[in-house]
Design a protein around this ligand. Sequence first.
Ligand code: NAD
Ligand code: TDX
Length: 339
Amino acid sequence: MKVLVTGAAGFIGSNLVHFLAQERPDWQITALDLLTYAGNLKNLSSVLDSKRVSFVKLDIADDKAMRRLFEEGKFDLVFHLAAESHVDRSIMSSFEFVRTNVLGTQVLLDAARAHGVGRFVHISTDEVYGSLGPTGAFVETTPLDPTSPYAASKAASDLMVLAACKTHNFNASVTRCTNNYGPFHFPEKLIPLFITNAMEGKKLPLYGDGMNVRSWLYVTDHCDALLRVAEKGTAGEVYNIGGSEDAELPNREVTFAILDMLGKSRDLIQPVGDRPAHDRRYAIDHSKITRDLGWTPRTPFKVGLEQTVTWYLENRSWWEEIKSGAYLSYYEKNYANRG
Ligand code: NAD
Ligand code: TDX
């Protein structure tokens, strides 16, 4: 089986390559990534030693390069994760979000169809559904109502994938998951940012009243769901993927849990101005993937968070290297005017 993983040097992509290398040892995996600010080859160093995983640095929006890659690669299966993924960055500037997430996905779809790829899994997000009130959960038929430019670009890419299924009988499925957490998570997102800031004795900038709710999915549980969708999912279907029952929490509770695990004071919390159009709550009803593909999340939030905190404690050089240079300019720009 020849498999392409796009966005393979990012957070979920690198975890997926590790997971597939372990679970499907006979697969030949091509790990593709442009190595933007969010991509890091170190995330793949332990699997790149093996002959079963190879790396290519390419831009998914480069039509010629994608057609050449697919012609040579003869892939049976594609997991498409490459994306610009941070909401705050999309609010500062949306261009790369449309280029990679929308145009890049279409280029990839065209190349995959032209070269007879048998199965395509498009990794999307619950953010395409917009914001929930205090009760209820997103189901696969919830109307799309994205609020951020990031979420809008993901919604557009989902629709292009589903259109290819309808128009061209292309064998693709779309997955929409909640917030992931775990090793190799870039420290611009809430959990890795707050763990590493707390370790450095820096303030934890909590947006608004800290009561926005997210449902947290341990990244390995997500990878398990993606493999099931690839192998047993149905063309043209959307699958929601959600976290464990104890993982739906307001941001302030997550922040307290991180500080408690690190033995740090809650005085480190700094309430700051809110994100524009900050979605109040996400929650996923994942009964379809449980019923059809037998998947449920296995990692309770406390266990997953402890594993994650331990990983950041043991891999200080990984995140210290990231939190320098261009990262500091981004940080300054994003947090400067929040009060
Ligand atoms: P990430 O930002 O950590 O990784 C994205 C990777 O894509 C990076 O390695 C980057 O270099 C690469 N990339 C960006 N533009 C590219 C291009 N033009 N060509 C090739 N590679 C390019 O993101 P992540 O958190 O790992 O998210 C992976 C996917 O999962 C994304 O599609 C995201 O929308 C989706 N998702 C993420 C979460 C989450 O909580 N992290 C939740 C739901 C869905
Ligand atoms: O400094 C911060 N302070 C803060 O209070 C940051 C970075 C975030 N937050 C809040 C905003 C959200 O309510 O924490 C929550 C989580 O924020 P992010 O980690 O930025 O994630 P979110 O915006 O929920 O989006 C994530 O999940 C869905 C991923 O970044 C997306 O790629 C994915 O699609």
